[in-house]
Ligand binder design. Sequence first.
Ligand code: ADP
Ligand code: MG
Length: 681
Amino acid sequence: MSSLRGRFLKPNDEGFTYDRSDVDQTSGTSFVFNPHVSASIEKQRERLPIFAVRKHILYLLEKYQTLVIVGETGSGKSTQIPQYLAETGWTASGMVGVSQPRRVSCTALALRVSEECGVPLGSEVGYSIRFDDCTTQGKTKIKFLTEGMLIREMMADPLLRQYSVIIMDEVHERTLYTDIILGLLKKIICRRKDLRIIVCSATVDADHLFNFFNSDNSSKKEDSAYILTVSGRTFPVEVFYKKDPCPDYVKGAVETVIQIHKQEPAGDVLVFLTGVEEVDTCVSLLQEHTASMNSTSSDIIILPMHGSLTNSDQLKACQSVPPHIRKVVVSTNVAETSITIPGVVYVVDCGFAKLRWYNPKNHMEALVVTPTSQTSAIQRAGRAGRTRAGKVYRLYMENDYEKLPLVTPPEIVRTNLTPAVLSLMSLGIENMLRFDFPSPPPARNVISALDELYALQALTDQGDLAKPIGQAISEFPLSPQLGKALLASGEFGCSEEMLSIAAMLQVQNVFVRPSSKVQQSKIMHRKFEVEQGDLLTALTVFTAYLQHNEDKRWCLEYFLNYKALKRASQIRESMKKQLLNFGVSLQSCKDVKTICKCITAGLFTNTAYLSATGSYRTVKSNEPLFIHPSSCLYTQPNPQWLVFHEVIHTDRCYISDVCVIESDWLLELAPHYYRRGVHTM
Ligand code: ADP
Ligand code: MG
């Protein structure tokens, strides 16, 4: 692999390129394009490819306990299957639960299905996402829920007795939670023969899932799982490779699009790049080029596509254009499975994707531009053959394709497992290494997670879950570090303040910076900044928001995101109840130093100090760190010691959500972890 990576230069390799919005891990979009929108709901439902196999699905579900359904995005898996089940009595004795990797899909699908069923949202059809339960006990039959919520429900009821069918949706994404749930469900179905599992995937590499569910069946003659493919019509796609290595794939993509436009017959183009920033660069380069060629500029239209665009901008990329115009959509990997863009005949594939990788040596996650897998290359190519025969231009050489891994490594093998290990332990799974997962996590990542949990005193010396603290931390839907700080806030007398800080860390983009008013918004934002860093700044913002009666106009005036603050306020209420349940009383100390100390009591494993060279280093592994430009400390004099909540590694390791501390606190609050002079772990 390294040889392949070496031959490709990453665009924008030097300098600072990371922006949080650049992480588009097929994220954030609830956008759906519906070509039949003018037909009646009934007609729309019947036109979906899944309708042709409705009976088949229902028959197979009587016969097999697990059904793997493969069907491309838009074929009707998420919206139709739950309705088929409800229509045929599967909801008489329990709910149909549909798990989703993303929050936005839960709410959007619940809304759509409630509309199709003609019932109010939250009655027969509802959703449950973190801090927001829109269901009616005893009435809700179809429930869309995030994977995280499904795991929480398993904590309360390990056999999921409220459900008759669990549909695991978007399993091709193989998130950490997907794999954990697959492992847990495999256990549950042995104990509950009446429960049915439907696993939905948009890519064809679902055989291993089928094997996973059938693997214990060697003694029995019959399979307990079945795999069903919903055929959308597909056409052949001709594959082209580069003859020479392509040193800069953004430029390579631009050149390829221009060549297609000049030489190939009509048909839209879809370009795959790895991040939002690359998409924007490519779009502007193409626009510059077409503007300079007056004669052709009117017959080509260039559009970006990624999860952080507004719905109307995403719609633009999906809508068809007049026949004499060629549409070029430049996309992140959202167009690989999450969104289908109709009319595509040519695909340009850069051959890379951005993935998060966890390094157990320094406990940090890095966002790495990684070569795609062969499966993903096939999936991308397939996007060109939906309406007629198409072509794919891979911006690498043919023998490099052979060196690509077969499948993209699932998140469980490349992510920080600390929260997952804690959740599994509270579900009674003591040894994650011996648990049956579709892809076993690396032992060193599990050990690193155990180390971290032990440091937080969530585990006992024997390695068991510490009661009550470990159990309590696992029940908070927060990072274990933040959960620990929140639970400690009772002792420090600052639970009111910690609740606000923890709630603010759960929402994003609080500070709004419109491109037309950068200076103005900066000046306003500075009014909230405090020298103790981002966590205390977040507290200042939230307190001011409450003092101004949660007023929308006030938010506008100060360039603050009203929706985000409103959500923080809801989250705070929900966490407050939980905190009270754990016996922590509500107190406010209004003392900045005490609040910073309380934060340290949770975040002490993430400590950095200013080294003699003028850059920060982690205490744990002496890793160099840099303050992220989004942090309020970016432009302030550097404090000697700090703790951080967020770290992201691109070209360098950046930290944000930081809080200034005193080194003595570490010895006082975590004597089991720190010693003066040398560090112990
Ligand atoms: P899949 O899960 O197979 O990707 P879905 O069940 O989500 O497919 O969607 C099937 C079809 O239903 C879509 O192609 C679209 O036509 C229609 N649809 C789904 N959600 C919406 C929505 N929110 N608004 C309009 N149409 C929708
Ligand atoms: Mg779906």
